[in-house]
Design a protein around this ligand. Structure first.
Ligand code: ATP
Length: 238
């Protein structure tokens, strides 16, 4: 599979805090790739770098086989730090407004994206009446307005109830089946296990595993395998 995103030796410091210490990842086109890691591992920092929201100190990013530039951002949709929505506006109004800002036909955007995220039946209700899951899905519709090849989602299942999580998983799979690549972070191993083709695990800003999720399991137990990896690599012993 061609590469959708390649991260090589990426580093980022915030003052004396090292958030990324040489991250390497390779995300293939059309997959749902899960980024796992304990609190403070660097997941959000990496996602922000890929979304063009912060500049790494060193290392490289390649998107669709090309070095990352401002132009790469045309092919990237991102939802990091949650969806920024106006409570008094409806889903339809949000999508139309963002489409105009991006130079995309508003009617086309509404017709294409609200059914994709399962919001066409509630398109005219105000955001204040939406559940958290609906707000996240509207955020994804907005992130998809430019028809990105790569969608970056930071913790999109946080705080969702089981139905909301199931809808989010189904949406990520639908987006990947439509040909785009989904790069998603989560704390929730089970959500990642049910959705992702491959995973990368960050611990203290280092990539400690990349491959199929099954490769993380210990004696068939995913959680045990994940915790053992985090413990082993946190103490500096690989
Ligand atoms: N703007 C910032 N200023 C200072 N330190 C930061 C900043 N952003 C992140 N950090 C630090 O960088 C490290 C990585 O943070 P990051 O938010 O990327 O981790 P994370 O894996 O997303 O964690 P979580 O799962 O808790 O969201 C942490 O030690 C964090 O405190």
């Amino acid at each position: 599979m061609p590469s959708a995103l390649r991260v090589s030796a990426l580093t980022k410091h915030f003052g004396s805090a090292a958030a990324l210490q040489g991250v390497d990842l390779d995300v293939a086109e059309g997959e749902v790739y899960g980024l796992l890691g304990p609190n403070g591992a660097g997941k959000t920092t990496l996602m922000k770098a890929v979304a063009g929201l912060l500049r790494p100190d060193s290392g490289t990013l390649e998107v669709a086989g090309r070095p990352f530039t401002r132009d790469s951002l045309r092919g990237i949709g991102a939802l990091v730090d949650g969806p920024g929505l106006w409570s008094g506006m409806s889903a339809r109004e949000h999508v139309r407004a963002h489409a105009r800002l991006r130079g995309v036909d508003p009617d086309d955007a509404v017709a294409r994206l609200l059914p994709l995220v399962g919001m066409d039946q509630v398109a005219d209700r105000r955001v204040s009446a939406y559940s958290l899951g609906m707000r996240w899905r509207l955020g994804i519709a907005i992130a998809m307005i430019g028809n990105p090849r790569l969608l970056v989602l930071d913790e999109p299942t946080n705080g969702l109830d089981p139905i909301g999580m199931r809808e989010m998983r189904a949406l990520m799979r639908r987006i990947a089946e439509s040909g785009a690549t989904v790069f998603v972070s989560s704390h929730q191993l089970d959500q990642i296990a049910r959705t992702c083709d491959r995973v990368g695990v960050l611990v203290h800003g280092h990539t400690r595993y990349e491959g199929p999720l099954s490769g993380l399991a210990r004696d068939g137990d995913l959680e045990e395998g994940f915790f053992a990896l985090v413990e082993r690599t946190s103490s500096g012993v690989r």
